[in-house]
Design a protein around this ligand. Structure first.
Ligand code: SF4
Ligand code: SF4
Length: 361
């Protein structure tokens, strides 16, 4: 399926082919001032007290530089709650990483923006979940959060800092999201829509209750096709010799507690930085080795599926839903069917789009 152009994509593929990590996502805290209805995050430090301290995060950055990582993402929770955040950002820039900061934007001060601009190559991701204050604030459950996020986006853009505005399309905001994203597109600001709600380890099914249902999902899918154009699905099939995704191949995630995972969406542990070095975890972890041995053809129950080309399969979500990272899960199968419907409405037809290549494993 068509996705928006990403200049890092070729670099990721190049690194993945060499078995090197290009991207490291580090969550610095569990705490967040927002309380988003659909958030999967684990909650507070009173439940998870053992955070990496400044010295440990700097040591991790040293090891990541040694390993050849190019891009570091600082996230949380809300990373601006860390008193040492700007010290860590500056240290990461001294090590020549591209730094991305994922924040709600509500604590960003003008001096922080000036500081980021002075460092160069610090990019910011901000979430905005509605075109009207009351919609976004209903998602975050914090009055005034829309105004603060919007001000931060505009100030960052004005300062010449690359901003990406991400919106989750949910059951009650989906009609506003495509237009909101188009507005940022027209302003030259990066934008993206998340169509799925991640399961939560600690909140049960509560976030899932906000996921879009059929009509909403087709509506947003059609809006995205109208905006991005795209190609009809390949009728000659999708290459089954491709890796599942970048997780564990050219990207990894480190939790606030120093545990290393393939991706924030894939809650399996490859190693513990309190006991092991990053190089040892990256190259020797049995989990990472296993993930790197998996290709699309190893999704045994998917490889003959006629919805393969419409499906946004995520091994992390598969693991959370079924306990097996290669198994189909209901959310993927349902939304693949809905995506097919959107394609049919947009292109006039939606042919079968199976996998191709060796199916004998
Ligand atoms: S497909 Fe899932 S596990 Fe893989 S990178 Fe994307 S979110 Fe992470
Ligand atoms: S729709 Fe379901 S069975 Fe088909 S490829 Fe996706 S996850 Fe697999």
């Amino acid at each position: 399926m068509e996705s928006s152009p990403d200049p890092l994509k070729a670099l990721y593929a190049f690194y993945a082919a060499k078995g090197l990590p290009v991207n490291m996502h580090i969550d610095l805290t569990y705490e967040c001032p927002l309380n988003c209805v659909h958030c999967f995050a684990k909650g507070s430090e009173s439940v998870h007290p053992a955070l990496m301290d400044t010295r440990m995060v700097k040591g991790l950055l040293d090891q990541a530089a040694d390993l050849g990582v190019l891009e570091v993402v600082f996230s949380g929770g809300e990373p601006l709650l860390r008193k040492d955040l700007w010290e860590l950002v500056e240290y990461a820039r001294q090590l020549r990483f591209v730094v991305r900061l994922k924040t709600s934007g509500i604590y960003l001060r003008s001096q922080d923006i000036d500081f980021m601009a002075s460092l160069g190559l610090v990019w910011v991701d901000i979430s905005l979940h509605g075109g009207r204050p009351e919609t976004h604030d209903a998602v975050t459950r914090v009055p005034g959060s829309f105004d603060k996020a919007m001000a931060a986006i505009l100030d960052l853009h004005k300062a010449g800092i690359r901003v990406q505005v991400n919106s989750s399309a949910l059951r009650f905001n989906y009609q506003e999201v495509p237009e909101l994203q188009a507005r940022f597109h027209d302003m030259g600001i990066g934008n993206g829509i998340t169509m799925w709600v991640m399961p939560s380890e600690t909140k049960g099914e509560a976030p899932q209750a906000y996921a879009m249902e059929h009509d909403a999902f087709v509506h947003v899918s059609l809006a995205m096709l109208q905006k991005n154009g795209g190609h009809p699905p390949h009728t000659d099939g999708y290459d089954l010799s491709e890796p599942l995704c970048y997780a564990g191949r050219s990207a990894m995630h480190v939790g606030p507690d120093g545990l290393v995972h393939p991706c924030v969406a894939w809650p399996v542990v490859a190693g513990d930085l309190k006991q092991q070095g990053l190089r040892e975890i990256w190259f020797d972890s049995p989990l990472f080795k296993r993930i790197r041995s998996w290709f699309m053809r190893d999704r045994v129950q998917c490889k003959t599926c006629n919805l393969f080309g419409y499906c946004n399969f995520c091994p992390g979500r598969a693991f959370q839903a079924t306990g097996d990272s290669l198994m189909p899960y209901p959310d993927a199968c349902t939304t693949a069917q809905w995506t097919r419907e959107a394609y049919e409405q947009f292109f006039g037809s939606a042919p079968d789009a199976p996998g191709k290549g060796p199916k004998d494993r």
